[in-house]
Design a binder for this molecule. Structure first.
Ligand SMILES: [Zn+2]
Length: 175
């Protein structure tokens, strides 16, 4: 059986993404509107579709496209792309358990949130292609991890360093 975030952990995840937005906006010198343009949402395990569930990663980033009526677009339509951060509650909770209180849930969630938001922004800016080959994606993980570390610098959390040191490859990008 999968383990899911409980009624205290779900709002903790939402708060992590709120805090992460502020950190990432500051790092990239962007306004709130720039981030709102980059359409994304966040779902926890209980709300994921089957293909959004991924073993062995804290989060799985999915890209979707849909059409919307638009005066500027071709045929009166415009294609909108958006990203869904699919949190894998069970993997995250297991990591916290295994670490025997060295790793706390809230800094881990903040780290995951910043990391995923940086991915979303880089895909949307065209800095990185969502469908790039595996070796490019591996390079991208290193870049994103370093940017995440920088973005988290203003966060004075005693448990953040250990999170940064322990986890750098626990993410996947999929479609
Ligand atoms: Zn990543």
């Amino acid at each position: 059986m999968f383990r899911y975030f409980n009624s205290a952990q779900i709002p903790a995840a939402a708060k992590a993404f709120n805090d992460a937005e502020k950190l990432v906006l500051r790092q990239f010198r962007m306004g709130q509107d720039d981030l709102r343009k980059s359409r994304y949402d966040v779902k926890t395990l209980a709300f994921l579709e089957e293909h959004e569930v991924k073993d062995g990663a804290f989060a799985h980033l999915c890209k979707y496209a849909y059409e919307t009526p638009s005066a500027q677009g071709q045929d009166g339509k415009e294609e909108i792309e958006f990203y869904r951060v699919c949190l894998q509650d069970n993997i995250i909770l297991d990591a916290v358990d295994r670490a025997n209180s060295f790793i706390k849930l809230s800094p881990l969630l903040l780290y995951i949130a910043v990391h995923e938001l940086i991915h979303v922004l880089r895909f949307q800016n065209g800095d990185m292609d969502f469908h790039a080959p595996a070796d490019k994606k591996a390079q991208e993980e290193v870049i994103v991890h370093n940017l995440t570390r920088q973005a988290l610098q203003p966060v004075n959390h005693e448990h953040m360093d250990i999170v940064l040191d322990c986890f750098s490859g626990q993410f996947t990008i999929g479609d």
